[in-house]
Design a protein around this ligand. Structure first.
Ligand SMILES: [Zn+2]
Length: 269
């Protein structure tokens, strides 16, 4: 990076830090959008180095499983409400082999990770699409980068952006695991999940995300750890709010008729 860009980035960061000090819940995003993409790539590289704790299911061994998930992703991001499809691509989805975790997370730049525990727990592609829509919203609305900045501070993100501190990336990965979105970000991610799933290419019930929360509420977590709820705290009346958004949108709440989720689950190791 040239010196002028560095100075500009630093100035941008300082100004943002001052402004964000006024509102602790929603600090301003400090980095330009390209840095979300770079940060996502750096985090992914680090996750590949952490295969003991975050083992990624091999795409070479399970190409059909990955193809199935990519198809869901492309059905979701066909939505006109997606801001950064061109920049983020939304073709980077990874399965973490851990049957005990009911969770999924997104990095800045739109990398999405989903645990086998969640994939096996869910009963329908509609509900999975709802959860993935929620994760995509966190990346696309830049909630994730804001939450990392809130938890780790401006300086650390600058270090990562400037490639000055490899240890900083490890801290970002750890922060992603413990990160807690704000209530307003949670509400927004739920809302956008409905909007994304109401696009004409989507075969899903647009309130699919509610299905996951209903199952958790009615049946419990089936022995897994519902980690999703600690990283994605319930903003209150979550199921009702999702269904109310579907009613506002007037979108289709009938389940997908062409999906075959049970056959997908059989393919999982
Ligand atoms: Zn969330």
């Amino acid at each position: 990076m040239r010196k002028t860009s560095l100075q500009l980035l630093f100035l941008f960061a300082v100004v943002s830090a001052i402004i964000s000090g006024c509102n602790k819940d929603e600090p301003l995003v400090i980095l330009p959008l390209e840095q979300d993409v770079q940060l996502g790539a750096q985090v992914h590289e680090e996750i590949l180095n952490m295969q003991d704790s975050l083992p990624i299911l091999s795409e070479q061994q399970y190409p059909q499983v990955y193809q199935y998930l990519r198809n869901i992703m492309s059905n979701i991001v066909a939505s006109e409400d997606i801001l950064y499809e061109e920049e983020f691509g939304y073709d980077k989805i990874y399965i973490i082999k851990n049957d005990n975790e009911l969770n999924a997370f997104a990095t800045p730049g739109g990398y999405v990770y989903v645990y086998t525990g969640l994939l096996k727990y869910l009963d329908s592609e509609d509900h999975l699409a709802g959860v993935l829509g929620h994760e995509i919203a966190h990346a696309d609305r830049r909630h994730t980068v804001r939450a990392i900045q809130r938890d780790l501070g401006v300086q650390l993100l600058l270090d990562v952006a400037l490639g000055q501190n490899q240890g900083a990336v490890v801290q970002v990965v750890r922060a992603l695991g413990d990160l807690q979105y704000s209530r307003s970000n949670e509400e927004e991610a739920d809302t956008y999940s409905v909007r994304y799933l109401s696009n004409p290419q989507s075969p899903y019930e647009c309130d699919g995300a509610a299905g996951f929360f209903e199952k958790l509420q009615n049946e419990g977590s089936g022995g897994g750890t519902p980690e999703f709820l600690s990283t994605h705290p319930n903003p209150g009346n979550r199921i009702e709010a999702i269904q109310a958004e579907a009613a506002t949108q007037g979108c289709d709440t009938a389940p997908c008729t062409t999906c075959s989720y049970e056959q997908f689950k059989i393919m999982l190791p």
